[in-house]
Write a protein that binds this ligand. Structure first.
Ligand code: SF4
Length: 309
């Protein structure tokens, strides 16, 4: 067992403005409407939050067929395509849209051509609800989804007069997006860069890079399905730290803790503050400390809540 030293804590970490807005909306619905209240897909990709909402009367569904006519339905922070919105309307569901405004911005960019005949290149992970929602807004347009620089190099060549716009999923690694964008640019020099990685993702990634310089062992609090949490773990590992994605303090790995003298902690944009506090407490109890912040940026972003039905 090594002598224990500091806990470096990345700042910012944890919940972003979009997730806080989605949760505050869910709270209002659970307070003011008869249960159950339905949510299409996980409201945010965090097991603890989804479990807590479930016990309070929220039912998570994967398709609209599972929602009875006239029920209250919440769209998640990841957003949905236009067809889903229309189907919900047809089924007379009382929809509350918790799509993050920064995802909405991406959807609007996919829905509206900034010049006639514009082709879209979307950097993202196929199957992720945000990507599906953005694709579902780009009806009738030519869209290419690319997940890597190698895929971007396989893009067809577009004649110079064809306008091409690049969008990116909000929760990707900003450095990886830059690399993919550079590869896409080499295929089509007329490429225009549209919205992509959001402020919260970029700030948390900058902070975890600093963290990994100080702490050889880094814990990222977040659930396995959380895209931005996975990116934080990869970035810490890429910067040379041993990095673990943990859902909470119960997943702190004992053997690594015994051997560590200094640790780093951060949390994905969907991880609640309670889990960060509980993880820090467990580390303090194990002899680590004090906690020292490693700051990349101050955040003050807030979003207005969506209207209730
Ligand atoms: S990670 Fe960014 S885009 Fe996603 S909910 Fe948070 S603020 Fe919005």
């Amino acid at each position: 067992m090594k002598e224990k030293g500091k806990i470096y804590l990345a700042v910012p970490h944890g919940m972003c403005a979009g997730v806080r807005r989605a949760l505050a909306t869910a709270d209002q619905l659970l307070e003011h409407f008869p249960k159950p209240v339905y949510a299409l897909h996980e409201l945010v990709h965090n097991n603890y939050i989804v479990g807590r909402l479930r016990t309070r009367g929220m039912v998570f569904v994967e398709t609209l067929d599972e929602v009875p006519e006239g029920a209250v339905l919440l769209f998640s922070a990841h957003g949905v395509g236009a067809a889903v919105e229309q189907e919900a309307h047809r089924r007379k569901l009382r929809v509350v849209d918790a799509t993050c405004p920064l995802v909405k911005r991406l959807q609007l960019a996919a829905a509206r051509e900034s010049s006639p005949g514009e082709v879209l290149i979307l950097i993202g992970h196929r199957g992720h609800p945000e990507v599906e929602g953005v694709l579902g807004r780009a009806d009738g347009r030519r869209v290419f989804v690319v997940g890597s620089a190698a895929e971007a190099l396989q893009l067809p060549e577009f004649p110079g007069e064809v306008p091409v716009r690049l969008l990116a999923q909000t929760t990707l690694s900003s450095r990886e997006v830059d690399e993919i964008a550079a590869a896409a640019l080499s295929r089509c020099p007329q490429l225009e860069i549209g919205p992509g990685v959001c402020y919260a993702t970029a700030n948390r990634q900058a902070a975890v890079r600093l963290l990994a310089k100080r702490a050889p062992l880094v814990f990222v609090i977040g659930s396995p399905r959380s895209s931005n949490s996975n990116r934080l773990r990869e970035i810490a590992a890429g910067a040379g730290a041993r990095a673990f994605l943990i859902d909470g303090p119960d997943e702190l790995p004992e053997p690594e803790l015994r051997e560590a003298s200094v640790v780093g902690v951060t949390a994905g944009a969907s991880a609640p503050g309670e889990l960060v506090e509980a993880t820090l407490k467990r580390l303090l109890d194990a002899g680590f400390g004090p906690v020292e912040p490693v700051i990349s940026a101050e955040e003050e972003m807030t979003f207005r809540l969506p209207p209730l039905p």
